[in-house]
Structures are given as C-alpha cells and as structure tokens.
Design a protein around this ligand. Structure first.
Ligand code: NAP
Length: 254
C-alpha cells in the first residue's frame, strides 16, 4: 500500500502532532511522496526521536515544539514553517487526546483540557493556515475526527463533543474558503493501533469485543488512516470539500 502515489512532490504540509502514532505515519508517508513536512508536538524529546528516525528526510522535515491550543505557539509554528519553506500547501490537524471520564462527573478543568487540545487547537491552526492559503488561492485542510464524534459513548463524551465540533468546523470552513480554492475535509477513524488506544486493543478480552463491532474484523494500522489523509491532501480531492471520510472498517454502517 505504501507504493500508492498522490503526486505530492515538493508540497509543503504541516502535520500537528506528527511525532508519534497516526501523525508520525502520515509524516513518514508524506516524506515518501517527496513532500516537505513540518511537524509539532509539545515534547522536544518526542520530536527529536521522530526526526532522528526519519533522518533520510534531511531538510525536508522541520520539527517545531508547539502546544496547538496556545495561540503564541501556533503563531510561531506557522511563522517558522513559512520562513523555512515559503508557503503551506496543506494542514493536517492530527492532534487529539482523551481522558476517560463521564460528562456528569467531569471537572470543568478536564472539560477545558480535552476541548482545548482537540477543538480549540484545530480552530487556531485552521485559522492560521486559512489566512496563508487565502493569499495563495489554494490549499488543503484535513482534520482528524473520530467515530466518537458521531456515536455517543460513555466515558468518551467530551472527546466526542470535540470531534463532532471538528466535523462542523470542517463544513463551515469549507463554505468560507471554497471561493479561494481551499478544500477542507476530515477523516474519522474508529479505533486504530496506536499508544493512544493501547489500553483497549492490547487487552485480549476488550480487543475481541471491539473487533466484533467491526465488519472488516480487525483494528487498522496507522498507515490505513494515513492514505485517506494523503488522498485528501492531493489534487485527486480537488472537488471534495466539507466532507468527513469515515475509516472504521464498516462499524458505522451497522
Ligand atoms: N488511535 C485511535 O484509536 C484513534 C481513533 C480515532 C481518532 N483518533 C484521532 O487521531 C489523532 C491521532 O491519534 P493518535 O492515536 O496518533 O494519538 P497519539 O499516539 O497520542 O499521538 C498524539 C500526537 O499529538 C501530539 N500532541 C498531543 N497533544 C498536543 C498538543 N496539545 N499540542 C501539540 N501536540 C500535541 C503528541 O505529541 P506530544 O505528546 O509531544 O505533544 C503526539 O505527537 C487524534 O486526533 C485522535 O483523536 C485516534
């Protein structure tokens, strides 16, 4: 699958949270497509590890520490990206996190933390990217939702609300930016094999329970999410905007 081509030669694509998990896989595949890539994460150590394991990318990969819910960090991230590569062809809003909690018992500070990292950060980065892309009169924005944004699940409430917000943000931005040749879409995975969801899929009993709800009968690898993201970043998706592609092995079809 990694040999598929999306014609992303020399495109400049910023991937938030590219230091591990799905984001790292997206970055790895984008570099294989000869894109130039900017990544961010909160921890310098994580970024250093990602850069050293992708050393062959050389100066086609730029890593900037940034918390995407902090406006000054986002400004710095985009300034550095433009200073280094001169433009931004694509933004992948990949950052997301969850802390398992019921909605009713959640402390407001926990609500804020989950909303900030998933929703406010996506807003701040999309807004910044859109301002650059509007001048360029082209660009692609792809945000990471989740099927938790469509199916209410206990303990995933705040996360699901944030992801539902990302899907509405995708539609609103698509309308606001259509006249500038900027396409805005999202990808909504079900469970994917990363550290984020490891407590669930690494437990044999839970794994079998989850797999029973997935018609294709397995939990996907990050590369299976990276490909739809790359497609949405490519010219092949020039007439697709305001959409969310569900990548869940058929779970939501039930
Ligand atoms: N894995 C799944 O089962 C699954 C399912 C559906 C949807 N998703 C969505 O897919 C996306 C990626 O998930 P994942 O499983 O790859 O997550 P992950 O393995 O936990 O990786 C998260 C990445 O985001 C960075 N990050 C987290 N908070 C950040 C912040 N506030 N500012 C900047 N960087 C931040 C992390 O680096 P630092 O820690 O250094 O900041 C890391 O690079 C998320 O949006 C998630 O909601 C995942």
């Amino acid at each position: 699958m990694s040999d598929l081509s999306y014609n992303l030669d020399d495109k400049v694509i910023l991937v938030t949270g590219g230091s591990r998990g799905i984001g790292f896989e997206i970055v790895k595949q984008l570099l294989r497509q000869n894109a130039r890539v900017v990544i961010c994460g909160r921890k310098q150590a994580g970024l250093d590890e990602a850069v050293s394991s992708l050393a062959e990318a050389g100066d086609r990969l730029l890593a900037i520490p940034a918390h995407i819910a902090k406006e000054e960090d986002v400004d710095h991230l985009f300034d550095q990206a433009i200073k280094t590569f001169g433009r931004i062809d694509g933004l992948v809003n990949n950052v997301g996190m969850n802390i398992v909690t019921s909605l009713v018992d959640a402390d407001p500070s926990l609500w804020q933390k989950i909303i900030d990292s998933n929703l406010s950060g996506t807003f701040l980065c999309s807004r910044k990217a859109a301002q650059v892309m509007r001048e360029q009169k082209r660009g692609k924005i792809v945000s990471m939702s989740s099927i938790a944004g469509r199916r209410a699940a206990p303990a995933m409430g705040i996360y699901g609300i944030a992801k539902a917000g990302i899907e509405m943000m995708t539609k609103v931005l698509a309308l606001e930016l259509a006249g500038f040749n900027i396409q805005v879409n999202a990808v909504a995975p079900g469970m994917v094999k990363t550290d984020f969801s490891k407590p669930f899929w690494s437990n044999e009993d839970i794994y079998h329970q989850i797999v029973k709800t997935i018609p294709l009968g397995r939990i996907p690898e990050p590369i299976e999410i990276a490909h739809p993201v790359m497609f949405l970043c490519s010219e092949g998706a020039d007439f697709i905007t305001g959409q969310t592609i569900i990548v869940d092995g058929g779970a939501c079809a039930i």
